[in-house]
Each structure stands twice: as C-alpha cells, then as structure tokens.
Design a protein around this ligand. Structure first.
Ligand SMILES: *Cc1c(COP(=O)(O)O)cnc(C)c1O
Length: 210
C-alpha cells in the first residue's frame, strides 16, 4: 500500500522490472526521464536498479520527441514522465512519444502528481501509459506540497495487469492466512477487478487506467 507518490513510483517501476524479467528481457537497463522530471523519478529508477538517462527538453519546455526517439533502444526499460510536467505544462505530444516507446519494446510510467489539472479531461491509459501513481494527497486534498498524510495508489494498463506486487498472505479458509508460494498466479480478485474507479479514500492500491 504505497503511502506516498514516491512509494507509488517504486511500486510501478518494480512492476515494469517484473514485466521485462518475465519476458526474459534482461538487457533493458535504462530508464529515460525528461530533464524537467521530478527528482523522485531518477531516484526511483536508481533504487530499482536501473540507470537513469536524462533527455533534454524541447525549447517550449515539453518533451523533445526526436531526442527521445534517438535515446530509445533495446536497452530502454521504461520512460518516466510527469504529465502535466513539473513546469506545469501539459505534454501535448505524449501520444506520439509513447508510440515510439512501445515500438522500442519499452513501457511508459506516468508520474501523476499533477493530476489535479487534467482530472476528467485526459485518459493516461488511452495516451499509452502502462502504469501511473496518483498523489491523492495532492490531487484530492491538501494543496501540492502542502504536507499532511499521503497516499500513492497505482493504476496499471493491460500489459502490467499480471504483475501486481503479490500480497504477502493468501486466505486459506477458516479465517487463516498462508504465505504466497513462489510463482503462484495472482488471486482471482485481480483478474475480476478489471476496471475500478480510483476514488479518494478507497484503500485500493491497484486500478485499471483504461
Ligand atoms: C510530489 C511529487 C512526487 C512525489 O510525491 P510524494 O507523495 O511527495 O512522495 C513525485 N512527482 C512529482 C511530479 C511530484 O510533484
């Protein structure tokens, strides 16, 4: 249960790592971030064992699609992009960029800290993002940076649905729990709950973002 945006990032990027490992794609060591990215993005990538590659922004402050294209390759595991960016700008070329990301076999992480401005106007899953976190303490309650309690629920698209961090225990009947076994498939709950609305206050860590 990620307790802040930064913890949601780590959860999401570890799911991306699990995805590449499950596909035997062990050469993907790089995470690309725009130079406008929030400091937690490269920190998260490093904590998950990736190398951060900084991509300079375009002159209008948005992502530079050509520079991203040039940086993408067989070593790219993911891109991490706040949208709107930390400069407060909506990334208008995001669809085009994420198509190139998927063509390169990489996945796309959206830092959703600035969701407040685009709530109900933009669908991250349709734009091509595979996973994102919600800073519900920023979007729905205290102002951005206002402090107070935090929460960082994570939403995933289809590609990452099979890779939720496993719950530590599985119900065994009779009110008993047992530890999850290695490689045990996700519990049926994950499969059934395909589209769940992210609602402030709900103790959900995983939601589909389509
Ligand atoms: C605040 C913020 C984070 C980190 O969120 P915390 O809840 O403080 O851990 C990540 N990215 C961006 C763009 C932010 O503004």
């Amino acid at each position: 249960q990620p307790a802040a945006g930064a913890q949601g990032e780590l959860t999401g990027i570890l799911m991306i790592r699990a995805y590449h490992r499950a596909h035997g794609d062990l050469e993907r060591t790089d995470v690309l971030v725009p130079d406008s990215a929030h400091g937690t993005n490269p920190a998260t990538a490093s904590m998950a064992g990736f190398r951060t590659v900084n991509v300079p922004s375009a002159s209008d402050g948005g992502v530079d699609v050509d520079r991203f294209r040039a940086a993408l390759g067989p070593r790219t595991a993911a891109v991490m992009i706040p949208n709107p960016s930390t400069l407060g700008l909506f990334e208008a070329r995001i669809g085009e960029l994420l198509e190139a990301v998927h063509d390169a076999g990489a996945l796309a992480y959206m830092d959703g800290a600035n969701l407040n401005a685009i709530m109900g106007r933009f669908k991250p899953g349709e734009a091509g993002f595979d996973v994102m976190h919600f800073n519900v303490h920023k979007t729905f309650s205290t102002p951005h940076g206002g402090g107070g309690p935090g929460a960082g629920p994570v939403g995933v698209g289809e590609r990452l649905e099979p890779y939720p961090p496993p719950p530590p225990g599985r119900p065994e009947g009779g009110g008993r729990l047992r530890l999850e076994r290695p490689r045990e498939p996700p519990p049926p709950l994950w499969r059934r709950r395909r589209v769940v609305r992210a609602t402030a206050g709900l103790p959900l860590s995983y939601t589909a973002i389509r």
